[in-house]
Design a binder for this molecule. Structure first.
Ligand code: GLA
Length: 738
């Protein structure tokens, strides 16, 4: 059973996943009656008997006096181990819940009940608490799955009062706090970034103090991502324990790691940010987004693979589909979108084997540049006097699916929509309406804005039979007010995001074939929240192959390759001016969901022929890349020799890179991972074959154990040669030896 009671009184619970155990106890102070749910263990799987011993050692049923000692310990505050430390009582750390009843800003909670629910795929534990004298209820929920080591947590607060009772104000409401077991050293890993430089991996010792990653932008943000991994300082890609926490939310968020001077580390994560206040009237409730926790052994690689598996099993809407090779027109035509221009690109794209053609910005209103027309979602009358049907019929005539770029949450002041509904934007009385990229944010929390967006998107998708929407969101919130909502206005920070989810969900329901890509000025909205509603995400507007290797490396830490859209664009790259061979650019984009984004009308016949071959090769192995288990084999991507491997059933794909031809340092032999040591593997594609030990030949058979212990050699990694060499090697398990 995934959730088991460890004692007769129901104060201790063990939650079991396939490879880990999580022990919770509800401590009740015998003098005050105050209840605090604590995390007592999170680590390698324990038998129930062993879990009972954990309980015994820490003052559980076998040692009742210990509980009280724990609650009152002065040298090591207990709140660090609480599932959701509240602001109240003898607590001085970062509160996960902060509530005000008028002038009283302190919670005193007692236990209202614990329940276990058996659900399809796992079990769920709910711990209900209530304030001692105010009509306030807090429910902590924990879910475990039969087929995943990820533990999902969330919380709900309710105003239990009746008419006439004063509202309750919430200034902090995290989804959960996670205690990371004792260690002499702690190290954290996360990603930071900026526009066109997202997902830069950062790994450093965890300082004593409170380390906060946050977005105050109303979107997930380019600067930080809502996840963290913590290890005892000795984890490598292949070895060691790693604890991870990820928040599934696409609006503002905050994740704070507390590293106490006395020892002890906790991670509390939730939506919102400081300064925002949510008001609960009588009968109201708020539920947080889920926060996910994952304990793994086997290093950062195993942690990443467990996150990817969980995303495929429990988050993504269509993980079993092969993602089509798409073409996107943005870098080729920017705003100069015409039927003839797009069809000229579409014709070439189709001849290369592209399966989905996406028309980007510039097709609507009078959108000749980025200063106008967001909100006016009808075909540009001069460019498309007869509408868009001709363009989309043309695209389909070439045998491709059709997609369109939209930015539903935005409006330009220079638009029909803004002139008709100036009150629909985020705004505050007596404050400026600051613009970014000449645009303002529509208040999606307003039901009429949500319904308007759903209405035109539904018609657009239906009328044009669209297969794909690229849903963009190019600017953060500012002056985020909703004057008509009065003191309840800050709910917009939650409801905006929830209504984006809702519109996506309803669109998908009404148009089951529709697939959606999340984009936000590049990778500004990539998280496990949006991934429930989208099939792909765009990680960065930077399409330079070498920069993208670094982005892909950071992205892969928790998000699976099958969600990551990656285009091959022109060389020199429009963002960086750097040139790279077509093959290298392809091999980088093939490490995710391959797309093409260059101006194909300028590509040489030789490039087009090579592109067609590479697209063909990608299609033959894409299932392995998009749905397989990923191993980051070696090196620092984008900086020296590196390789990434994917394994699905019997199929193995290895992508090998070497940006600096003359580098003498670094590995020459590439050891594979995750193979069956007792099987022979056949070389299906040998990549850049050559002579000599370790260089593969098509059709030859290799022992899995040898490929993992000794490795293979790739021409791309040989020490003397041109810059930007790359290779793709494909192996298939041939037969087992025993
Ligand atoms: C954002 C996106 C780009 C493109 C432009 C269009 O910057 O990230 O891919 O769609 O908007 O304006």
């Amino acid at each position: 059973m995934p959730v088991d009671r460890l004692d007769a009184d129901g104060g201790w619970w063990a939650l079991t996943t396939p490879n880990s155990t999580y022990v919770i106890s509800v401590e009740v102070d015998p003098e005050t009656g105050e209840a605090a749910p604590l995390q007592r263990y999170w680590g390698p799987a324990l038998s129930l008997e062993a879990a009972r011993r954990v309980a015994g050692m820490s003052g559980g049923p076998a040692n009742p006096g210990g509980a009280r000692r724990h609650m009152t310990s002065f040298s090591r505050p207990v709140e660090i181990e609480e599932l959701l430390p509240v602001d109240g009582g003898c607590r001085w750390g970062v509160p996960s819940v902060q509530v005000a009843f008028g002038q009283v800003r302190s919670l005193e909670l007692r236990l209202a009940g614990v329940s276990v629910t058996t659900e399809a795929g796992g079990d769920r534990l709910d711990i209900a608490l209530e304030d001692r004298c105010f009509p306030f209820e807090l429910v902590l929920s924990v879910r475990v799955f039969h087929d995943s080591d990820v533990i999902e947590r969330w919380a709900t607060v309710r105003h239990r009062g009746g008419t006439g009772d004063a509202p309750i104000e919430i200034t902090r409401f995290d989804s959960g706090s996670w205690f990371v077991p004792d260690s002499a050293v702690y190290r954290y890993s996360g990603v930071f970034g900026a526009w066109a430089e997202e997902f830069q991996l950062q790994r450093a010792p965890l300082p004593i103090g409170e380390l906060t990653f946050t977005s105050r932008q109303g979107i997930t943000s380019h600067q930080a991502s809502p996840w963290i991994m913590i290890d005892p300082g000795d984890a490598t890609e292949e070895h060691g324990q790693v604890w991870g926490v990820a928040l599934a939310w696409s609006g503002s968020w905050r994740l704070t790691v507390t590293h106490r001077p006395e020892g002890g580390v906790a991670v509390s994560a939730g939506f919102g940010h400081e300064g925002v206040r949510w008001r609960l009237g009588p009968g109201d409730e708020i539920t947080t987004p889920p926060v996910l926790g994952l304990y793994t052994r086997g290093g950062f690689g195993a942690a990443s693979r467990a996150w990817h598996d969980h995303a495929r099993r429990h988050i993504l809407p269509t993980p079993q589909e092969e993602r089509p090779v798409l073409y996107n027109s943005w870098e080729a035509t920017t705003f100069a979108v015409t039927e003839a221009g797009q069809l000229a690109l579409a014709k070439i794209a189709a001849s290369l084997g592209v399966e989905l053609f996406v028309v980007d910005d510039g097709w609507f209103g009078s959108r000749d540049d980025d200063t106008r027309s967001l909100g006016d979602w009808w075909p540009h009358p001069e460019r498309f006097p007869d509408g868009l049907r001709g363009l989309f019929d043309g695209i389909r005539g070439f045998g491709m699916k059709a997609g369109l770029w939209v930015e539903p949450e935005m409006v330009n002041a220079n638009s029909e929509l803004y002139r008709a509904h100036p009150d629909w934007i985020l705004r505050m009385d007596n404050r400026r309406h600051d613009e970014k990229r000449s645009q303002l944010v529509l208040n999606f929390a307003r039901p009429e804005v949500r319904d308007w967006a759903l209405g035109w998107l539904d018609r657009l998708v239906g009328d044009l039979g669209l297969d794909y929407l690229k849903w963009d969101m190019n600017r953060p919130f500012t002056q985020a007010g909703w004057p008509e909502a009065g003191p309840a206005q800050d709910r917009l920070w939650i409801e905006h995001t929830r209504n984006v989810y809702r519109v996506m969900e309803l669109l998908r329901k009404r148009h089951p074939h529709l697939r959606i890509e999340s984009c936000s000025g590049g990778g500004g909205r990539v998280d496990f929240g949006i991934m429930r509603h989208t099939d792909e995400v765009w990680p960065s507007d930077n399409t330079d192959a070498r920069d993208r290797q670094i982005v892909h490396h950071g992205f892969s830490q928790i998000y699976p390759a099958g969600t990551m859209s990656a285009w091959v664009t022109d060389s020199p790259n429009p963002n960086t001016g750097r040139s790279a061979p077509l093959r290298y650019r392809f091999h980088v984009a093939m490490s995710g969901v391959l797309g093409i984004g260059g101006d194909l009308t300028t590509w040489s016949q030789q490039d087009l022929d090579e592109a067609a071959e590479l697209i063909d090769a990608y299609k033959s192995i894409r299932r392995v890349i998009q749905q397989g288990r990923q191993y980051r084999l070696a090196g620092t991507p984008g900086q020296d020799r590196s390789a990434v491997q994917y394994v699905l059933d019997d199929e193995v794909v290895v992508l090998i890179y070497n940006p600096y031809g003359n580098a003498k340092r670094g590995p020459r032999w590439l050891r594979l991972a995750g193979l069956d040591p007792d099987a022979l593997y056949e070389v299906v594609d040998a990549g850049g074959t050559g002579d000599g030990p370790g260089l593969l030949r098509r059709g030859s058979l290799w022992h899995g154990s040898v490929l993992m212990a000794v490795g293979l050699r790739s021409a791309a990694w040989e020490p003397i040669g041109a810059d930007y060499r790359s290779d793709m090697i494909v192996l298939r398990r041939h037969h087992r030896l025993r």
